[in-house]
Design a protein around this ligand. Structure first.
Ligand code: NZQ
Ligand code: ZN
Length: 381
């Protein structure tokens, strides 16, 4: 398909690169450093950022929670409006990056900024953003999307003006991640690739081969990130793969299907399920429900990524879905609702809020509606 591709985020990759931020932020800008629940104070990242900003005037806003909450973010908006910051520096994982993107757009928004998420209203402008990434997973550090929660509603917006101008990717800072977050990040990146790849045969070979390379890397290195937690080469590969998985490159000009993410967001909204885990619960069910429509690509995934070449087409599809589940189990994440003690009530709640959020006509074919969503959630039991 036709496409215009741009990714303007400057990446500083490698150990010690946090120091670079002093060159990327104009010295006459007043900087607000935004972070989460305090991991950056425990692992030395905060100190590195403070040292890099020694020549700048700066303040801070902490307490952005996982699955960032609208009310918390609006406190930062008020702070910026009253104290006049020019530049936002997000220091953390996807939640801090996403929260910062929303804040950047909300500051100048004339009405209730929730409209940007709930009604898809365009932002007026956005403050410039830089990012020091501490958790490889979402790709938020160099993409234009952000996901924000308000109560049980978890909604996304996209705007090129909130793409970070630069991102520091120092794999060293990921060594303090708890295993649960390492696993969440690897599987989130894996599902990002899958949702841009597992559609139908469209002949875009470059996007397919890049995607298969990222999947192979995540399958090889992900389990090692758990079993050899101090291996910096492993962490480096995971970090770069996660950024590349959702920076626009592999999705340019190809059909996409974000059904797994959309259902996953409802599970997170209602039950606080970690984002990555909501995906590993739903993806196998989505693959089962769409085995006909996605059949060619499932077979290709099986052959090129998992080495599945024997058996009938149906057997190869089954084996590929089982291989995906086996990878998730290796990453020690749940693969069914039962694995996290959810059942029929969760299915009904998710369906009700999918309807309330207008999730009709999903998938690369535009043909997934309430009946198909029910089938997927029931297959995830
Ligand atoms: O809050 P702190 O104290 O920093 O602790 C965090 C948090 O508890 C901790 N952590 C992060 N880096 C650490 C660390 N702990 C120790 N050492 C480090 N180096 O990890 C916990 C989880 O952090 P969070 O930012 O919530 O995780 P993640 O990066 O997985 O982000 C998830 C959010 O991103 C959204 C998700 O929906 C979810 O809200 N997504 C954003 C996307 C985008 N913008 O393109 C796409 C994704 O599909 C996703 O939807
Ligand atoms: Zn995701």
């Amino acid at each position: 398909m036709k496409f215009s591709f741009e990714n303007s985020t400057r990446i500083h990759f490698g150990e010690g690169q946090i120091a670079q931020i002093s060159h990327d932020i104009p010295t006459d800008n007043k900087v607000l450093v935004l972070y989460g629940g305090g991991s950056i104070k425990a692992n030395g990242v905060y100190d590195q950022v403070a040292a890099a900003l020694a020549g700048h005037q700066w303040g801070e806003f902490g307490g952005i929670e996982p699955n960032p909450q609208y009310d918390t973010l609006m406190q930062a908006v008020e702070l910026i409006r009253s104290e006049g910051y020019d530049y936002l520096l997000a220091v953390g994982g996807g939640s801090v990056a996403d929260g910062t993107k929303f804040i950047a757009a909300a500051v100048s928004y004339p009405g209730d900024p929730w409209e940007i998420l709930a009604q898809g209203k365009p932002a007026v402008s956005a403050l410039p953003i830089g990012c020091v990434l501490t958790l490889p997973a979402t790709g938020s550090e160099s993409n234009i999307g952000a996901v924000v929660s308000r109560g049980s509603s978890k909604l996304a917006f996209m705007d090129p003006r909130v793409r970070p101008l630069f991102a520091v990717l120092d794999p060293q800072v990921t060594l303090t991640l708890p295993p649960r977050q390492v696993a969440n990040g690897v599987v989130d990146a894996f599902v990002h690739v899958i949702e841009q790849y597992l559609t139908f045969d469209h002949g875009a070979k470059v996007q397919d081969r890049f995607s298969e390379g990222l999947l192979l890397t995540l399958i090889e290195e992900g389990p090692k990130a758990l079993s050899q937690p101090d291996d910096i080469t492993v962490r480096s590969n995971v970090m770069w793969a996660a950024t590349m998985a959702l920076n626009g490159l592999i999705g340019a000009g190809v059909p996409q299907d974000w059904t797994t993410h959309m259902i996953g967001h409802e599970l997170t909204g209602h039950y606080g399920v970690d984002h990555g885990r909501s995906l590993t619960i739903m993806l196998p069910a989505v693959m089962k429900a769409r085995r006909v429509q996605k059949g060619d690509k499932i077979v290709q995934l099986g052959e090129r990524v998992f080495g599945i070449t024997a058996g009938s087409r149906d057997q190869r599809i089954d084996a590929t879905i089982e291989a995906v589940i086996a990878f998730f189990k290796q990453m020690q994440v749940p693969t069914s609702l039962a694995d996290i003690d959810l059942g029929d009530e969760a299915i009904e709640k998710a369906l009700a809020s999918l309807a309330a959020h207008g999730r009709q006509g999903m998938s690369e074919q535009g043909d997934v509606g309430p009946a198909e969503l029910r089938q997927m959630l029931e297959l995830a039991r």
